[in-house]
Write a protein that binds this ligand. Structure first.
Ligand code: IMP
Ligand code: MG
Length: 184
C-alpha cells in the first residue's frame, strides 16, 4: 500500500495499492497520441467526442496536443441492468447536438474493459453518417473478446486490476488524482 501525508490528504485516507502510470508517463503518452491524431487527419472537419465522465481529464489534455482545427463535444451514456458487470445495454443521456454527417469523429474513452459500451456507442454514432469514426482510449484491458471496431488510438495496455485517477473513478471517488493507480 502507498502512503504519504500528501496522498492521505487527497484520498481522505482510503488505500491505494500502487501508482501504475505517473504524471510524466501520462503526459508523454498523451503528447504522442495528440501527434498521431494530428497526422491521421490531414484534412476535413474533426470532432472529438468525450465519453463522460471518465474521459474529462484525458480529453482536456489530449485536445491541447492536437495541432489542427477541431471541435469538442460530449456524450453521456448509462449502462443499465443489474449488477456491476457491464450489461451491454446502453442508454444515451446526452449526445452531440451538432451534425456528425461528413465529419471525422474520434470517440474518446477512458478505459476499455469488455468493450460492450463502445460497441454499442459506435453503432449509434455510425448511423449518423460521419466521414470516419475512430476510437481513442487511454487504457485498454484487452479483455474484450474482439477489439472494438474502430479502435485506432490507445494510450496504454492496462493491468487487469481496478484503476482509478486521471478521470477514472471507483464509486465516483478518486477521479481527481493526477496519476493512474491500482486500487485492488
Ligand atoms: P466496458 O463496456 O466493459 O468496456 O466498460 C468500460 C467502462 O467501465 C469504462 O468506461 C469505465 O467507466 C468502467 N471501467 C472499466 N474498468 C475500469 C477500471 O479499472 N477503473 C475504473 N473504471 C473502469
Ligand atoms: Mg466509470
Amino acid at each position: 500500500m502507498l502512503s504519504s501525508p500528501e496522498l492521505t490528504r487527497r484520498t481522505g485516507g482510503r488505500q491505494i495499492r500502487a501508482i501504475v502510470f505517473d504524471e510524466p508517463m501520462i503526459a508523454r503518452r498523451v503528447a504522442e497520441l495528440g501527434a498521431q491524431i494530428t497526422a491521421a487527419y490531414p484534412d476535413g472537419e474533426l470532432l472529438l467526442i468525450g465519453l463522460l465522465k471518465g474521459s474529462f481529464i484525458f480529453l482536456a489534455d489530449l485536445v491541447r496536443r492536437i495541432e489542427r482545427p477541431l471541435q469538442v463535444d460530449f456524450m453521456v451514456a448509462s449502462s443499465y441492468g443489474a449488477g456491476t458487470a457491464s450489461s451491454g445495454n446502453v442508454r444515451l443521456l446526452y449526445e452531440p447536438a451538432t451534425d456528425l454527417e461528413g465529419k471525422h469523429i474520434v470517440l474518446v474513452e477512458d478505459i476499455i474493459d469488455s468493450g460492450r459500451t463502445l460497441a454499442r456507442l459506435t453503432e449509434l454514432l455510425g448511423g449518423r453518417r460521419p466521414r470516419s469514426l475512430a476510437i481513442c482510449a487511454l487504457l485498454d484491458k484487452h479483455l474484450a473478446s474482439e477489439p472494438p471496431s474502430g479502435l485506432r488510438f490507445v494510450g496504454f495496455d492496462a493491468p487487469s486490476g481496478f484503476l482509478v485517477g486521471y478521470g477514472l473513478d471507483y464509486a465516483e471517488e478518486f477521479r481527481h488524482l493526477p496519476f493512474i493507480a491500482d486500487l485492488t
